[in-house]
Design a protein around this ligand. Structure first.
Ligand code: AMP
Ligand code: GLY
Length: 423
């Protein structure tokens, strides 16, 4: 079978690497892909938001399954376009992807169905938002309703900061229309855990857990980014925590979406905060996390294509999802200056060090093939993943492996998974 993957980041590279292991897959295409994906797939020059062109390609090439990696096309309704044309596709329809596309929708859903989350109010009027803030407890969290590359969340310590935040999101429109409406939410403290789940509309099966490091600098300092590194599994996601989440969060979310006529098929990413009052939902995403996929998928024992097909056909309950009894750590190599200003076009060397190196992966995110070789082409450039028998070994392996790659302006956090030393 031929498959098509839509997207161009490290996550899509990890999806492609998993697909390449499937006995059912003969050829992989990726639109638009990147220089790393091009080593295992044929990259197609169609952008992720060109739905008709993607569907034309899938039809013409007799693609057996299209996997949508990214949030924008899902929220925009690419799955509906494929389904209307009778094309097999993995991902939620537009009416279900809204769980990521609108934070106001997801908060209202959680409130209606008693799914644990931070207390909140939604605002479409900046004056009303400010009036509310005047009486609210600080710190407080402001969130742009729409998609903002994971950056539309402001944690405000003082009333002044919060008021300035309303201006940034709603009046200056730093994240465009994503800020037409905002969610103002209670500030929570605790460990964060990401759990990605396969869903078939009725059944939901969580994968092994992971934790992302969202801030740019060591010690969780600096600006929020798309993610600077991950580890899997999270030792804080204990069995009782998992049981609680299965009973009170995952299945109730599936049931809630079904009750709303929005059956969710695809990957539901549940961002959790483990608070003193128990686990609460920070956010939902409608796709694999990036860079969570880079530590979760390499540890999955099942054939990923089998599991995705079971989701599409509504028989996920027959799948026994299994993960390796080990750990993985991904360290993102970024361009110095990310997520603000950074230079591109720097030559990257050292890829040959990873050839045939079992348990090690270099997932490409922002790279480009040129006549001079592969060069940097984005803020997050590569994700170096290594496995180990436990988190400590995986972490040591991953950091050792980052030394094998060189480029000018290479920047990484040095404390991915460091908190684990405390336990
Ligand atoms: P989100 O995109 O909603 O996951 O938010 C991005 C990051 O902001 C999260 O990973 C948290 O670190 C932080 N965050 C979001 N909501 C809250 C909250 N209610 N309390 C504390 N931190 C939060
Ligand atoms: N790593 C967070 C995300 O993919 O949204």
């Amino acid at each position: 079978m031929k498959i098509l993957i839509v997207g161009s980041g490290g996550r899509e590279h990890a999806i492609a690497a998993s697909a390449a292991k499937s006995s059912q897959v003969d050829e992989i295409y990726c639109a638009p892909g990147n220089a790393g994906i091009a080593q295992i797939a044929q990259c197609v020059d169609i952008a992720a938001m060109e739905f008709d062109k993607l569907a034309d390609f899938a039809e013409a090439e007799d693609i057996g399954l299209t996997i949508i990696g990214m949030d924008d096309p899902l929220v925009g309704g690419v799955v509906d376009v494929f389904e209307k044309r009778g094309l097999r596709v993995f991902g939620p329809r537009k009416n279900a992807a809204v769980i990521e596309g609108s934070k106001a929708f997801s908060k209202d859903l959680m409130k209606k169905y008693n799914i644990p989350t931070a207390a909140y109010e939604n605002f479409a009027d900046p004056d009303a938002a400010i009036a509310y803030l005047e009486t609210a407890k600080m710190p407080i969290v402001l969130k742009a309703d729409g998609l903002a590359l994971g950056k539309g969340v402001l944690i405000c310590n003082t009333l002044e900061e919060a008021k300035a935040g309303v201006k940034t999101l709603m009046l200056d429109k730093q994240f465009g229309d994503a800020g037409n409406e905002i969610v103002i939410e209670e500030f929570m403290t605790g460990r964060e855990v990401s759990v990605l789940c396969y869903c078939d509309g009725t059944h939901i099966k969580p994968m092994t857990s992971a934790q992302d490091h969202k801030r740019a600098r060591d010690g969780d300092q600096g600006l929020n980014t798309g993610g600077m590194g991950t580890f899997s599994p999270s030792p804080f996601y204990t069995e009782p925590v998992q049981r609680f989440c299965e009973e009170k969060i995952y299945q109730p979310t599936m049931d809630a979406m079904k009750a709303e006529g929005r059956d969710f098929v695809g990957i539901l990413f549940v961002g959790l905060m483990l608070t003193e009052d128990g686990p609460k939902v920070l956010e939902y995403n409608a796709r694999f996390g990036d860079p969570e996929a880079q530590v979760v998928l390499p540890r999955m024992k099942n054939d990923m294509i089998d599991v995705m097909n079971a989701c599409i056909d509504g028989r996920l309950d027959t799948v026994d999802l299994q993960f390796e009894d080990n750990a993985a750590v991904c360290v993102v190599l970024a361009s110095e200056g990310y997520p603000e200003q950074y230079e591109k076009g720097k030559r990257i060397t050292g890829f040959e060090n990873f050839e045939n190196k079992d348990g090690y992966y270099v997932f490409h995110a922002g790279t480009k093939q040129t006549d001079e070789g592969i060069v940097t082409n984005g803020g997050r450039v590569l994700g170096v993943t290594a496995k180990g028998k436990d988190l400590k070994e995986a972490r040591a392996n991953a950091y050792e492996a980052t030394k094998l790659i060189s480029f000018e302006n290479k920047y990484m956090r040095n404390d991915i998974g460091k908190a684990l030393d405390e336990i």
